[in-house]
Design a protein around this ligand. Structure first.
Ligand SMILES: Nc1ncnc2c1ncn2[C@@H]1O[C@H](COP(=O)(O)OP(=O)(O)OP(=O)(O)O)[C@@H](O)[C@H]1O
Length: 288
């Protein structure tokens, strides 16, 4: 026993191990700070989802921090998209869909009686895998949401269109062709346009479902940079297949497997010191 202790002591004494222990302690401290600094924006409690009688999400419990980037990772078919869809009620109870448990946004159960789905959706912008601009001009794509909310003055709309195109990092590329059809833009530009269109209705939360997977590397990098720039103002939740992307931009990570949340935590700690064997195996590439 004493020999073992001495061995551990000696091991921790080595400079590399000391650095590792120091780094892990620092990661843990950073993680605690993230959790303290960012109160939960979305909380999921005992969530079970059945699609055509298949049990897809199994007793999911988690908190998504406010004003941070949360990445949901896990192998194909583990339920990432289904989970994301429950956040803005894209999944509704119906003959084929049964939802049990609570999804709380700002403390309100969004599946509760009397909750207007429009009010929930207004809080969230959704970026899907393939950009889907509306079949109208670049200008009208951005002005669409504000017009629906009653904004008609041309001057106000001009200001808004410029503001949100700038926020999405697209203004300089399109300012001279605002009347052109949105479909004339490249796919990467269309994705930034969709981001600007979403921002124009002033959401609190941005959801992304594989939002960069259809893009070339440069466009993908621009969208990633945009997420990082926007995270001070919005809570961002991203489903991603790309572990490298999660390592680059996540503040908080949720790892799912076969419909269950296996592990969730602050990114630095999650990647450097995963607790669960399955998480370690996934991070080491034993399965993908
Ligand atoms: N309408 C449906 N009826 C029955 N099963 C469904 C239905 N829609 C999805 N599923 C199943 O639910 C599971 C979770 O699907 P989901 O799309 O959420 O996974 P995912 O982790 O996002 O996968 P991927 O990474 O491949 O997009 C899968 O096994 C899928 O086949």
């Amino acid at each position: 026993m004493i020999q073992n202790l001495l061995r551990v002591e000696k091991f921790v004494d080595s400079p590399t191990e000391k650095m590792k222990v120091k780094r892990e302690t620092q990661d843990k401290a950073d993680g605690d700070l993230i959790l303290k600094a960012h109160k939960p924006h979305i909380s999921v409690r005992n969530l079970n989802v059945y699609l055509t009688k298949n049990h897809i999400l199994k007793n999911v419990n988690l908190d998504i921090p406010d004003k941070a980037i949360t990445c949901i990772i896990g192998p194909s078919g583990c339920g990432k998209t289904t989970l994301l869809k429950t956040f803005n009620r894209l999944l509704q109870n119906s003959l084929d869909v049964r939802i049990e448990g609570d999804v709380l946004v700002d403390g309100e159960n969004i599946h509760g009686k009397g909750v207007e789905v429009e009010n929930i959706r207004k809080k969230m912008g959704l970026l899907s895998q393939r950009p889907c601009p509306l079949p109208m001009s670049i200008f009208d794509n951005i002005a669409y949401g504000p017009r629906i909310h009653g904004i008609r003055r041309k001057k106000t709309l001009n200001i808004m269109v410029e503001k949100y195109l700038k926020e999405a990092g697209l203004w300089d590329e399109v300012k001279d062709r605002l009347k052109s059809p949105a479909t004339s833009l490249s796919i990467g530009q269309q994705q930034r346009l969709c981001m600007a269109r979403g921002l124009a209705v002033k959401p609190e939360i941005i959801l992304g479902d594989e939002a960069t997977s259809a893009l070339d590397p440069i466009s993908s990098k621009k969208i990633e940079e945009l997420f990082v720039k926007l995270k001070d103002q919005y809570s961002i939740v991203l489903v991603t297949h790309t572990l490298r992307q999660a390592r680059r931009i996540a503040d908080y990570v949720i790892f799912m497997y076969l419909g269950e949340v296996i592990e969730a935590g602050p990114a630095a700690e999650f990647f450097s010191n995963p607790k669960e064997k399955l998480t370690k195996e996934y991070l080491d590439g034993y399965f993908s």
